[in-house]
Design a protein around this ligand. Structure first.
Ligand code: NI
Length: 138
């Protein structure tokens, strides 16, 4: 499973040096846009990474806030009131639960997401872009 990084699964012993999760390498391994992959779990939240390009799909998550942290490129998040969040590398935004949003990347964008394990990334909207949690764990 994607969450089984050596540093988490290896037997720890005094003096042992263990690597951290190489997030850049994980991004480089991503092949498809808008296809999040789980790289870790913190309590009941998944830490995911995704490469974005172009427009996603308008959706909301009824019961879950969603964190977007831009690692590379730029991300716009359109909100239903007509406003827009513009994120640069190193910036994050948390979309509150229930707020309809539409992520847009005019150039390739690397984004880290934190969301509950049950969150569907397209909310209640099902499109050809929808990836199941199993696919995100693969
Ligand atoms: Ni969302």
């Amino acid at each position: 499973m994607a969450t089984q990084d050596p540093a988490q699964s290896a037997q720890h012993a005094p003096g042992m040096m263990l690597p951290g999760i190489d997030v850049t390498r994980k991004f480089e391994e991503l092949r498809d846009y808008w296809s999040p992959k789980v790289i870790g779990r913190v309590n009941d939240q998944y830490v995911k990474i995704a490469k974005l390009l172009g427009e996603f799909v308008w959706h909301a998550h009824e019961n879950e806030d969603e964190l977007f942290f831009v690692v590379r490129g730029r991300l716009r998040i359109q909100l239903e009131d007509g406003s827009e969040i513009a994120l640069e590398p190193g910036q994050l935004h948390i979309v509150p639960r229930g707020v309809r949003h539409n992520p847009l990347a005019d150039e390739e964008c690397w984004v880290m997401l934190v969301e509950p394990v049950a969150t569907k990334h397209t909310g209640e909207v099902v499109t050809e872009r929808t990836r199941s949690i199993d696919e995100q764990l693969a």
